[in-house]
Design a protein around this ligand. Structure first.
Ligand code: IPE
Ligand code: IPE
Ligand code: MG
Length: 269
């Protein structure tokens, strides 16, 4: 995608346009991962029940998915429900699941139009059958799409993922002598996808909450005070522009060549 694709949906003269023009399209993050946080606080500020924050957060999801696809991001991963989120009241969990089903049903056409491939990472097999069915439809119908890969992390835990990968590696009969970081990565939920270059967390919390623990080894982290239901295209563009000013060293030293373009693999000893 391109600046033109992005400008097509941005009102001329808006701050979003200024930001869009600051993006270097030759140096986009290949993978953006987002910890969508602050829905409950957003609702509390308005004296509304927490679930209203989750409902409002759907508009942010739509905006971010469309903007990422237009920008030309290869992979977008949104953290929607952690393995720890089962600790929440049943009514809240049920509403989250209902909103998820509705999102997939209503957005499927848009995902198809935008050539987006929908995927789930986590342990979906532990979700209710009706939720699994809806996810399955979304995955199957978008499987042939060749544009942005959109992962939704659902019943996801970073440690659970590493344990699952170890189990899969053992079940596949991998010889311990052959196991290295690259081979292990092939058993993760994100097999075949680049690691996140940019990790965004909303609502100001300075923690990773068990998200993509393996994959974020060298991700650039950007935290905003903005609560998830208020997060829009402008915030995403701000994050991308800030990311492009970072210098990535991967444990090496600043190189004359440009550390920004070095990759983790290149900098391995
Ligand atoms: C994020 O918002 C949504 C999920 C974790 C599902 P929260 O519900 O965690 O909102 P806060 O952090 O309580 O404000
Ligand atoms: C992280 O948010 C999980 C998701 C965004 C799905 P939480 O609100 O669950 O994280 P903590 O409890 O503040 O660490
Ligand atoms: Mg939270």
């Amino acid at each position: 995608m391109s600046l033109e694709q992005l400008l097509a949906v941005i009102p001329p003269g808006s701050p979003d346009e200024t930001l869009a023009r600051q993006v270097n399209f030759d140096q986009l993050p290949a993978h953006i991962a987002i910890i969508m946080d602050g829905n409950g606080r957003w609702a509390a500020q308005r004296h509304l029940p927490r679930v209203e924050g989750h409902r409002a957060g759907i508009d942010s999801v739509r905006d971010v998915v469309e903007t990422s696809a237009r920008l030309g991001i290869d992979v977008l991963t949104l953290y929607a429900f952690s393995v720890e989120n089962w600790k929440r009241p049943l009514a809240e969990v049920n509403t989250l699941m209902m909103l998820l089903k509705r999102y997939i049903r209503l957005e499927l056409a848009t995902l198809l139009t935008n050539n987006i491939q929908f995927r789930v990472i986590g342990r979906p097999e532990e979700l209710a059958p009706d939720v699994q069915d809806e996810l399955e439809i979304g995955i199957r119908k978008t499987a042939a799409n060749t544009g942005m890969q959109f992962n939704i992390a659902l019943n996801y835990g970073g440690r659970a993922e590493i344990v699952d990968a170890a189990r899969r590696a053992m079940a596949a009969g991998v010889n311990p002598d052959d196991l290295d970081e690259r081979r292990f990565g092939e058993f993760l939920y994100t097999a075949g996808q680049p690691d996140p270059d940019l990790l965004i967390r909303t609502s100001g919390e300075m923690r990773v909450s068990n998200f993509l623990l393996w994959q974020i080894a060298y991700s650039e982290i950007w935290v905003t005070e903005t609560l998830w239901p208020d997060f829009r295209r402008r915030d995403l563009l701000e994050a991308v522009v800030a990311y492009q000013k970072r210098e990535r060293r991967y444990g090496g030293i600043k190189s004359a060549k440009s550390a920004k373009t070095a990759t983790a693999a290149e900098s391995l000893p």
